[in-house]
Design a binder for this molecule. Structure first.
Ligand SMILES: N[C@@H](CCC(=O)N[C@@H](CS)C(=O)NCC(=O)O)C(=O)O
Length: 197
């Protein structure tokens, strides 16, 4: 790769990777995504991925020769760099923290399945609070950032795209927002963001 090229390592199974892929698509910046098979043991993944992934997890973005890990940090780096994502950053940062502490600690686990019933109950109760707060934070929309999507929308999209696969029922505002997000010209299915070679 040339130093000018932005590279994003990810997997269609990872909502965290989808957050970064969507943000890159919205930024309009030329970039390339690379499929990583996260079902392989970490030491069998591409050596070039292992070399830039300090925790062995996706997503990892390489920009200007530096590796960025943790989806929230990737989103903030993109918002700092690209005008299309730079609006209402104060709100964006709060939304990233909220998502990571709430939705991100709920829907991924429910979607993954294999949980004991009392854990499902606990996560479901957490989700019900998150669903109400989703409405409060979205306000009159259509996006969390107002008239156009920002890094907060990307972060929240990561796992809310699979709310029904996680066995949860979206509220009316969440359903409308999902439809609006799916209609974005830059939106792809997870397999479209990270096609298997
Ligand atoms: N907090 C991290 C989560 C990263 C993460 O959990 N990645 C998962 C996929 S969603 C992964 O790479 N799993 C494979 C592995 O850990 O080997 C972020 O926001 O980027």
């Amino acid at each position: 790769m040339s130093d000018a090229e932005i590279l994003l390592y990810g997997s269609p199974e990872s909502g965290h990777a989808c957050k970064a892929a969507l943000a890159l698509a919205l930024s309009g910046a030329p970039h390339r995504t690379v499929f990583v098979d996260i079902n392989l043991p970490r030491n069998e993944r591409q050596p070039e991925f292992q070399a830039v992934a300090p925790l062995g997890e996706v997503p990892v973005m390489v920009m200007d020769g530096s590796a960025f890990f943790q989806s929230g940090a990737i989103l903030m780096a993109l918002a700092d760099r690209f005008e299309a994502l730079s609006h209402d950053l104060q709100k964006g940062r709060s939304l990233l923290m909220w998502e990571a502490n709430r939705i991100g600690l709920c829907l991924p686990q429910l979607k993954g399945g294999g949980l004991k019933p009392d854990v499902v109950d606990w996560l479901t109760k957490r989700f019900e609070i998150d669903r109400d707060n989703f409405d409060r934070l979205l306000g009159n929309g259509p996006f969390f950032h107002g008239d156009k999507p920002g890094i907060g929308d990307c972060a929240i999209w990561g796992y809310v795209q699979w709310v029904e696969e996680a066995g949860m029922v979206p509220g009316a505002a969440m359903s409308r927002w999902i439809d609006t997000m799916r209609a974005l010209p830059q939106m792809r299915r997870p397999e479209g963001f990270f096609p298997k070679p």
